[in-house]
Design a protein around this ligand. Sequence first.
Ligand code: ZN
Length: 355
Amino acid sequence: MDSITLLKKLITFRTTADRIGELEAALNFIEKILKPQGLWIQRLTLKGPNRPVMYACTKKIKRPEILIVPHLDVVEGEADQFKPFIKGQKLFGRGACDCKNHVTVAIQALIHAAKKGKSVGAFFTTDEEIGGPTTSLLLSRGFNGKKVIMLDTDLAIVFRQKGILNLKVVCRGKSGHGSMPWLGINANEKLLRAYEQIKKLFPATTVRDRWKATVNLGLIRGGDVINKIADYAEMLLNIRLTEKGDHRKLIKAIRAVKEVDQVEILSYTPFYSIDPGKKEIQEFKKIMEQSLGTELRLDSMHGATDAHNFAPYKSLVIITGTGFGGNFHGRDEWIEIPGLLRFEKALCHYIDLKG
Ligand SMILES: [Zn+2]
């Protein structure tokens, strides 16, 4: 199957991390393509959500020379976003550049590697957008790679990515009739004051320097009716940390804000980095650049990938991606087709030399 047909078909599966049936169907589809090519397939299920995940390898081994890691899950979209279409050089649809372009590349790379007798495997993970527990599951069962190619970003090599701290901050008040605000304590007002204080804990970013800790006030809930003094309010904070940020210190500082009554840690993903001077990374860069005919710049990433899950295993993870796309997580997500094909070819070239 050619890559465009394959990518279009993959987009039609509505693979948000919570749609187990869709994830199963997409994995079945991929398995059906790979099995006849002689690939060894292992499927596991994450207990609790019963979420499936798949490992495929050109050899019957758990640790191939090269492991490719894309993710099959996407963020939610409108129903029509799962009906891909092509306009000019661009292919539109949910997941076109995050991350079904990379799933396509991984499938084609595996087929290529199998034909050439190379040692290449892939994780088809299904919950990167919510922290990647299926990646952890595969790793905990011994699946890994000597060199891990994490496909989940632009046409670059990411040498550092920010950590993520998601918090719920609660403010409590004392209820009373809305006509006599002096009789109570308004939790909504407390929350607004608390956020002003919390914001001061973060340095301002500038156009020239965005590599700083940031906070996004993603959601606010408070009160229940208009004429009552709100006695409960909460906000969800999405915090991004650099190598300098200590999440424990930050949580302590937020707890110390006078108006804050409770802080709950929803999730924490540590900062991740790799030495870009490493021999394997330099080799990858050189080989890819030769084939692509363009520079593969070193990059810092504000968002996250599944890479942090590999940190306890000290794996060599190269975070990269096809690039040539836009509006990821947005309404008109797209990928530029020639760029995708160029990247696929370059990765196959790398496999020929290093797989
Ligand atoms: Zn992604």
